[in-house]
Design a protein around this ligand. Structure first.
Ligand code: COI
Length: 355
């Protein structure tokens, strides 16, 4: 059954930001999608309303025990005016996987897609058309019971908000410098590292601040048990080109299964490039760098797209990568991925979904 979405339009449309100075995550569109959950009743009251502050009990469980999940996707405007989503089915499946881990009730996949399409269609004039811009879609669910005992909430709210964005990193497509974190860990197997929930990011901030003080853009996380195997970078999955092979950490239960990660793997394989998803030790990587076999490194993510890595610092050992310039494979992936997302080249993978 499809959702019967009630629409209340804003009486005060906002001025749109300059598409050349968007940054990431600072501007929000005129409307948002909201739907409530009540135990015994299920998800109900789907609606589009003006974007505005929300009112919650100070005792709402999300504030105390962080029972929440979120997703990140993007909408693009093709030159012919079509509005395109990129692989929304993957984000929606991952959202329900996060819900499962966090004991949040599932939302039927077709309902979540309908909600996302409806709010993007409502605010489609907000899709920026500047270089490397898009409309970032942030669906999230919060636990809203006013209760201080630790248990699953019996009420929730599902929101979808939209933000016109430019590049996530100020470096844009210029390579970022990454600090290999050797004190803190992001997640362990059995925890929540494989799902998208705020706690994973809260856990990352301290290390990120320290890395920033040292002049690095992001941290590269090592596994929480051996402190040796590469997991992911702050807001991205990570890939390395060693000799003629592309390697990326295998999904081991503590790494986020990125949609861009999966897309990059599919694309690389379609070009006949060997891709291995496997355990990668940090010492193996630095050994390869020393021997001149580490040719490229890049991160992948919805927000970050394809982000080349120009330098790694591990316990003071510096590995410069590709002379600090973007590599051939990273550039080709960026061009083809954004080409498909923006409707500039044929989508031979069938990844885009028109609204
Ligand atoms: C995304 O790439 O969509 C993310 O969720 C990263 C975000 C924390 C900025």
């Amino acid at each position: 059954m499809s959702l019967n979405i009630q629409v209340t339009r804003t009486q005060h449309p906002k001025e749109k930001p300059d598409p050349n100075h968007l940054g990431f995550g600072d501007f929000f569109t005129d409307h948002m999608f909201v739907m409530n959950y009540t135990e015994g009743q299920g998800w109900h009251d789907p609606r589009i309303i003006p974007y505005a502050p929300i009112s919650l009990e100070p005792a709402a469980m999300v504030f105390h025990y962080a029972q929440e999940m979120f997703e990140g996707m993007k909408a693009y405007k093709a030159p012919d005016g079509r509005v395109l989503l990129f692989r929304p089915d993957k984000n929606i499946a991952r959202a329900n996987n996060s819900n499962d881990r966090l004991c949040i009730p599932q939302i039927p996949e077709e309902d979540m897609l309908q909600a996302i399409k409806a709010i993007v269609a409502e605010d489609k004039d907000w899709i920026p058309e500047g270089k490397a811009t898009s409309l970032y879609i942030r669906p999230f669910i919060i636990a809203t019971d006013a209760h201080l005992g630790v248990r699953p909430s019996r009420t929730y709210q599902f929101y979808v908000i939209l933000s016109p964005v430019g590049a996530y990193y100020k470096e844009g497509l210029n390579p970022v410098k990454i600090y290999v974190e050797d004190e803190y860990v992001r997640a362990v197997k059995g925890g929540m590292g494989h799902v998208k929930t705020g706690g994973n990011y809260a856990a990352s901030i301290k290390a990120q601040m320290i890395a920033a003080e040292r002049g690095y853009t992001q941290v590269l996380w090592l596994d929480g048990v051996h402190r040796r195997y590469i997991e992911e970078v702050g807001t991205m999955n990570v890939f390395f080109v060693i000799d003629d092979e592309v390697v990326t950490p295998a999904l081991n239960g503590s790494i986020l299964p990125g949609v861009t990660r999966d897309s990059a793997i599919c694309m690389l394989k379609s070009w006949g490039i060997k891709v291995s998803e496997r355990q990668i030790a940090i010492d193996e990587l630095f050994e390869a760098a020393k021997e001149g076999r580490l040719r490229e490194a890049f991160g992948t993510g919805t927000a970050a797209v394809i982000s080349p890595i120009g330098e790694l610092n591990w316990e003071g050992n510096i590995a410069p990568i590709n002379g600090g310039a973007i590599g051939e494979i990273s550039q080709k992936l960026y061009d083809n991925l954004t080409g498909i997302q923006l409707g500039l080249i044929p989508d031979t993978f069938g990844w885009t979904v028109e609204i």
